[in-house]
Design a protein around this ligand. Structure first.
Ligand SMILES: Nc1nc2c(ncn2[C@@H]2O[C@H](COP(=O)(O)OP(=O)(O)OP(=O)(O)O)[C@@H](O)[C@H]2O)c(=O)[nH]1
Ligand SMILES: [Mg+2]
Length: 446
């Protein structure tokens, strides 16, 4: 990224629509705008839409233009937005014109990256922006919003204040080495550190819910051939996603589909029926099915209700122990022959789409901790989890050193380490590589 270049990009999706927005940010925004409009840009009031003709190499357009004066813009720089008629040709033509007049095409996420670089938003808040855009469910939007408006930053700043307070007390004690650290001072330091620790632990408690809110809940379907797994996938996603036949061994590879239920997103994975495979292709499919077990948040073990439990079923029952499992007795429209009951089970007919809503509700209840979905802050990002854990380890070590009166220098070092780990979250002290990786996940024009 060249900081002083003026960048531009189309911020709306490419395609036909009512309006497209072309954005520009940097020192030369206004100067470049002047070259494409037929009004005097010096007379433009900041943040006010004005209708103007736009002249490009090959066509004229009429559009709304707005300029933002630094630092009162998204990026913190002078910015221009051109709201033109939707359509690939118009937006591209205007973009090319801006480039021709001196702007350069922005990299993905560069507007937000500049906002971060110019101190407009912290790194975690920028990540909230990506999460909002990529959200697959309303719960994911809520989580992204909280991050974007700075709820995590607020807590992280508070924890860092705890640490700074503790650190100041440690430093004073270090400066007077001839006296033993007073009991009351040690206690005050410990209180700050414990307070910080509690806040971190509370954040980490939300991480599992945060993960499933952001990425969706992984629902894995396992069962012997012909149990009706693919039919169940189709019933859940609401259309014929997977091929269904009465030939055992129809599904060879994993097939994925998604649905939303109660504002959460669910990723369903249908797999090859598990049995002693006849072909190598089927065998590989079965191995894939088995590999998916560890990433599943819940496993639906599909059993054919019109047949007794068979050795192939038994193999699956062994595979899923230690996981959250819902036993789905399928084909209840046929005479019941199955001779087993399970703690968590549901009877359905995938073919007739019967009890599908109840199934969705059971899945939801088994996986989602509703107390966590009260609109509060959730930790949704592995990067944040890692930094919090790093800070926690350092804090435990600091508390340990303090309690055992090891050395105050050690306490100070540990507190510093914790402080730095937390600073990675907000970007107070993140390295450039991490920052670059975060922003490349953005889309163009944001
Ligand atoms: N009567 C009845 N038949 C069903 C039901 N669900 C599935 N079937 C039938 O069972 C057969 C197998 O269904 P699939 O969904 O392909 O089964 P599968 O478990 O995916 O099978 P593989 O991919 O071979 O492992 C098909 O003929 C389906 O129509 C049901 O609820 N009732
Ligand atoms: Mg199948």
């Amino acid at each position: 990224m060249e900081k002083n270049k003026t960048i531009c990009a189309i911020s709306t999706p490419i395609g036909n629509g009512g309006i497209s927005i072309v954005r520009m940010s940097g020192e030369k925004s206004k100067e470049i705008l002047q070259k494409v409009v037929n009004l005097n840009v010096e007379k433009l009031e900041a943040r006010k839409l004005t209708l103007s003709k736009i002249k490009t190499k090959n066509f004229m357009e009429q559009a709304l233009v707005v300029w933002f004066k630094a630092p009162f813009s998204y990026t913190g720089e002078d910015m221009v937005e051109i709201q033109c008629h939707g359509g690939v040709v118009i937006a591209n033509g205007i973009l090319e014109e801006l480039i021709d007049k001196g702007a350069v095409l922005a990299e993905p996420g560069e507007f937000t990256k500049r906002a971060f670089m110019n101190g407009k938003i912290s790194l975690d808040r920028a990540e909230g922006v990506i999460d909002m855009i990529n959200a697959q469910s309303e719960e994911a939007v809520k989580a992204g919003y909280n991050l974007m408006i700075g709820k995590l930053k607020e807590v992280v700043d508070e924890i860092q204040t705890n640490l700074t307070t503790a650190q100041a007390k440690v430093e004073v004690a270090i400066d007077y080495p001839e006296e033993d650290i007073e009991y009351s001072t040690a206690k005050e330091i410990k209180t700050e550190l414990e307070d910080a620790k509690n806040k971190i632990n509370n954040l980490l408690l939300t991480a599992n819910t945060g993960r499933i809110v952001k990425n969706g809940i992984n629902v894995l379907i396992l069962g012997k051939p012909n149990a009706g797994k693919s039919s169940l996938l189709n019933a859940l996603v609401g259309y014929n996603r997977a091929i269904v036949t009465d030939i055992a061994g129809t599904t060879r590879d994993t097939v994925e589909g998604t649905y939303t239920y109660k504002n959460m997103s669910f990723n369903v994975i249908d797999t090859a029926g598990i049995r002693d495979a006849e072909s190598i292709v089927e065998q590989i499919g079965i191995e894939r099915a088995e590999e998916n077990v560890k990433n599943a948040d819940i496993i639906l073990v599909v059993l054919d209700g019109s047949r007794p439990i068979e050795p192939d079923d038994e193999r699956i029952l062994k595979l899923v122990k230690d996981k959250i499992v819902l036993y789905v007795i399928n084909k209840i429209d046929l005479p019941k022959k199955i001779n087993a009951t399970f703690d968590k089970m549901i009877e359905v007919s995938a073919l007739r789409r019967e009890k599908v809503e109840k199934l969705k509700n059971d899945i939801y209840d088994l996986v989602v901790d509703k107390n966590m979905l009260t609109g509060g802050l959730l930790i949704t990002n592995t990067r944040h989890i890692n930094s919090l854990k790093k800070a926690l380890i350092a804090l435990n070590s600091a508390i340990d050193a303090l309690e055992n009166q090891v050395s105050l220098d050690l306490v100070a070092t540990d507190i510093k380490t914790a402080w730095l780990a937390l600073g990675e979250i907000t970007g107070r002290n993140s390295n450039q590589e991490i920052i670059d990786t975060i922003f490349t996940k953005f889309c163009l024009g944001k």
